[in-house]
Ligand binder design. Structure first.
Ligand SMILES: [Zn+2]
Ligand SMILES: [Zn+2]
Length: 86
C-alpha cells in the first residue's frame, strides 16, 4: 500500500467528520469522537492523528465501537454485515 501524503490524509480526516453515525444491527449510533476520555489522552490520536473532538478516520485502530465501547475494528458488532457508515 502506498502511504498517503499529508494532504491526502487531511482530506480523509475532513471526510471522516461527515460520517457522524454508524448503523449496527439496524440501530443508529453516534460515532465516538476522539477526546480526553481515551486512555492515552494525547492531543492527537496516535493512529489517525485527529484532534480532540474530531471523529476518527474510518478504520482507525483507536476508534471505539459506539455499540459495545470496545475497539471498533475487531469488536465483532459488524459481523452481521449490517454495519455501514452514514
Ligand atoms: Zn484515530
Ligand atoms: Zn462493538
Amino acid at each position: 500500500m502506498i502511504k498517503p501524503t499529508q494532504a491526502q490524509w487531511n482530506q480523509r480526516i475532513d471526510d471522516a467528520q461527515d460520517h457522524t453515525h454508524d448503523t449496527i444491527g439496524g440501530v443508529r449510533y453516534a460515532r465516538i469522537a476522539y477526546g480526553m476520555d481515551y486512555p492515552d489522552g494525547k492531543a492527537k490520536c496516535r493512529d489517525c492523528a485527529v484532534e480532540h473532538g474530531q471523529l476518527h478516520v474510518v478504520g482507525c485502530c483507536v476508534e471505539r465501537c459506539p455499540r459495545c465501547k470496545e475497539q471498533a475494528i475487531g469488536c465483532g458488532c459488524d459481523e452481521a454485515g449490517e454495519y455501514r457508515l452514514q
